[in-house]
Design a binder for this molecule. Structure first.
Ligand code: 5AD
Ligand code: SF4
Length: 447
């Protein structure tokens, strides 16, 4: 073990980055690092970045400005700070980052996290500005340490990475690379270790998780439904979720899993992006608005109470008022429990960025506002419909208010309830008494 040092990690973007950040910290522990929540105390700062929209990517540079001041201030106290940019901005921009922000010592792409301890060591030994963004041949998962240590009740587990769909707006196929599914045995081993360490709920992650096709013991590919069936039998694991999916990979057996598997929670995040077929074609989504409607109605047949969530982009190049209206119509028909919506953002290197008829920003803003008002009403009414029901809540942590704990319903709604902290890690029946847009309040039922 080397001398103890501290690492501060800031995570931007999606759940996969949250998972990656955890694994980066775990990879650094054998080199003597412990995590700190105070950036000014950190010997190593890691920004785990997101490149999906311009705003997310630009945020990194404003943070780096502040980090430069921290680094200078620490130098006056005789302390060194290694500044690392990881994640999708690292992958997409590489050496350009340290040219724009010379404070950065190390740029490390998402396929090289297992090399982070060695790279940090090289910087500490005096090397300057290392950029490691190739997609290496070695399997990073196999090189990362196993996931020992007690954990909160809900955990992420990446089973699939990268994407071959090439939606014309999206950087993921370029930043995360081609689709890769982890072998079944690896996933099951990691799930077992997590459960042994206190995890009760697993969310399987992938950019296109329902396209999972990891190799089974005999080398033949397992679809996601088979993996879920297998994990459903894991003793001690109470809840399963998966995110994020593509409509094109919503297979019959996956829909059936929603009917049959008790541990598979009634929640499906299925991005639709637009309700207009001409837009969907220009986005290279390979599905129509009616395909989406049909999938949702089959999923609802299998699991009538399922909460449906989605992603929507407004102002994709060429989107007309009528096409935006088609999106509103689809949202009205489906009725989402929850949704993420965005203004289209031109991303360098993606096909849609060079389409001529870009939609002016003021129109995008107005459309987003209108859409978000509708989605907010739907979310509020989904939550309000839970008032009076008794829902099983997996309690995850203490709340901010004394004597309150926080958990989630099967539909992924946040629940605040009065209870002692020993309820954390347990699934308890809660009578829901009030709701807001983003959460529910309730009372734990006596045993
Ligand atoms: N502009 C706006 N939103 C985007 N997304 C992906 N790329 C872009 C872009 N260029 C959204 C999609 C995707 C979600 C993760 O981010 O809706 O499903
Ligand atoms: Fe991006 Fe998702 Fe399309 Fe893949 S399926 S290109 S990750 S939006």
């Amino acid at each position: 073990m080397s001398s103890p040092r501290t690492v501060y990690v800031k995570t931007f973007g999606c759940q996969m980055n949250v998972y990656d950040s955890e694994r980066m910290v775990e990879a650094l522990v054998p080199s003597g690092f412990i995590e700190t929540k105070e950036i000014v105390d950190a010997d190593l700062i890691v920004l785990n970045t997101c490149h999906i929209r311009e705003k997310a990517a630009e945020k990194v540079y404003s943070d780096l400005g502040r980090i430069r001041d921290i680094k200078i201030e620490r130098e006056t106290r005789g302390l060194r700070t290694v500044v690392t940019v990881a994640g999708c901005v690292a992958q997409a921009e590489g050496a350009e980052i340290s040219r724009r922000a010379p404070v950065v010592d190390l740029v490390v792409g998402s396929q090289s996290y297992h090399r982070l301890p060695g790279l940090v060591e090289r910087i500490e030994a005096g090397e300057r500005r290392i950029v490691e963004t190739a997609f290496p041949d070695d399997d990073k998962f196999a090189q990362l340490p196993t996931r020992a240590g007690v954990r909160p009740p809900s955990a992420f587990l990446t089973v699939q990475e990268g994407c071959d769909k090439f939606c014309t707006f999206c950087v993921v196929p370029y930043t995360r690379g081609v689709e890769f599914s982890r072998p079944v045995a690896d996933v099951v081993r990691e799930a077992q270790i997590l459960v042994e360490n206190g995890v009760r709920e697993l969310t399987l992650l992938g950019q296109n998780v329902n396209g999972y096709h990891g190799a089974g013991e005999d080398g033949s590919p397992w679809p996601l439904a088979r993996l879920l069936n297998h994990l459903d039998g894991l003793r001690g694991l109470e809840r399963l979720r998966y995110v994020t999916s593509h409509p094109g990979d919503m297979s019959d057996d996956l829909i059936t899993a929603h009917r049959e598997l008790e541990s598979l929670m009634p929640y499906l995040h299925l991005p639709v992006q637009s309700g207009a077929d001409r837009m969907l074609a220009a986005m290279n989504r390979k599905h129509s608005a009616d395909d989406y409607r049909r999938i949702i109605s089959r999923v609802r047949e299998a699991r009538p109470d399922i909460a449906i969530s989605t992603d929507i982009i407004v102002g994709f190049p060429g989107e007309t008022d009528a096409e935006f209206q088609a999106t509103l119509d689809l949202v009205n028909e489906i009725g989402f429990a929850q949704a993420y919506s965005f203004k289209y953002s031109q991303r360098p290197g993606t096909p849609a960025a060079s389409i001529e008829c870009q939609v002016p920003d003021d129109i995008k803003t107005a459309r987003l506002l209108q859409l978000q008002n509708l989605l907010e009403r739907q979310q509020r009414s989904f939550n309000a419909a839970c008032i009076g029901r008794v829902l099983p809540v997996l309690f995850e942590r203490r709340g901010r208010r004394e004597g309150h704990i926080v958990g989630r319903t099967p539909y992924l709604q946040l629940v605040h309830a009065e209870a002692t902290a020993d309820a954390v890690g347990h699934i308890l029946p809660v009578t829901i008494s009030a709701s807001t847009r983003n959460s529910l309040t309730g009372t734990v039922q006596a045993a």
